[in-house]
Design a protein around this ligand. Structure first.
Ligand code: GUE
Length: 286
């Protein structure tokens, strides 16, 4: 059986970290160590794993990382006050509040409270708005930016191609569609109310699956030779980590495919480091 090429996110992320490491060394000569503060509210098992990954990656690259843990029952005002403090702290270049947050806290309010210059997630309305209008100087959201880097570093042409994005979330679907348009792709958005999903996905040269539904994309959804990017993070019925794409069967028709794990996830973290280094560089120049 034919097999599509694996886009090795783990490998590309490792390359990126090496590049960032030398960049951090250059900044260090000017007396600044990039600093990332991660705020984790409550004890969500998945969040613990992700946060550990972020902190380990920071260490490798030479970014100073701090983890602030707050209890599950933290009031919104307490978290907002903590963000105000981090906004003022000159040694903190990036602030990341791990999502999801407990029910009593408005994610929208929390994101809006972070200074846009420290918003290394790229979730603040100012950064989202800059991306949407094409203004320079925005932090790009990490997962969409990571996807773009994977495509570019795998020498996959984007201009003039038909990209189909499944999922319209603020953190992946919407921004990745904007980035792909900026790269001159023709972009189609699909979502939970799309009728006949396969009709659309079969037209994709580049298919981005960002829904969070195990088994959503099967061989029948994919045109032979398409590039398939799997952003999903699910558990298979056997309890294994798996994306939205039925990897084995889709690999037989795709020209390129990202695995889960080892695809988009590590790239997300690498781009978070990238944004943190950018934030530190901007602080040097100001
Ligand atoms: N403010 C905020 N920013 C985020 O960027 C953010 C967040 N909240 N909340 C949760 C999601 C999820 N996320 C992941 C990052 C890396 C992997 C990753 O590296 N995954 C590994 C596997 C890790 C494992 O073994 O579980 C992989 O795909 O190879 C996964 C998920 C960032 N998120």
């Amino acid at each position: 059986m034919a097999q599509g090429k694996l886009i090795d996110g783990k490998q590309i992320a490792a390359e990126l970290r090496q590049e960032l490491k030398s960049e951090v060394a250059t900044i260090a000569i000017r007396g600044v160590t990039p600093g990332l503060t991660v705020v984790l509210v409550g004890n969500n098992m998945a969040s613990e794993t992700y946060v550990r990954g972020k902190i380990r990656a920071c260490e490798e690259v030479g970014i100073r990382s701090d983890l602030i843990r707050l209890p599950e029952e933290t009031e919104e005002d307490t978290l907002l006050a903590e963000i105000d403090r981090l906004n003022q702290d000159e040694t903190v270049h990036g602030i990341l509040v791990q999502l999801p947050l407990p029910r009593q806290i408005s994610e929208e309010k929390v994101i809006a409270r972070i200074r846009p210059k420290k918003d290394v997630d790229g979730f603040h309305p100012i950064n989202m708005g800059k991306l949407a209008t094409g203004l320079k100087g925005a932090f790009l959201p990490c997962t969409p930016h990571g996807i773009l880097q994977m495509l570019k570093r795998s020498h996959i042409e984007i201009a003039g191609k038909h990209a189909v994005v499944v999922g319209r979330s603020n953190i992946v679907g919407k921004p990745v569609s904007l980035l792909l348009q900026k790269e001159n792709a023709t972009v189609t958005m699909c979502h939970s109310r799309t009728k006949d999903l396969a009709y659309f996905t079969r037209q994709a040269d580049i298919l981005v699956a960002a829904v969070g539904k195990y088994g959503l994309i099967t061989r029948d959804h994919v045109r032979p030779g398409a590039v398939v990017i799997d952003v999903g993070m699910n558990r298979s019925p056997e309890g294994k980590l798996a994306g939205d794409v039925m990897f084995e069967e889709v690999r037989e028709v795709a020209s390129h495919i990202t695995p889960v794990p080892g695809g988009v996830g590590p790239m997300t973290i690498a781009m978070l480091l990238y944004n943190t280094v950018e934030a530190a560089k901007a602080a040097l120049d100001s």
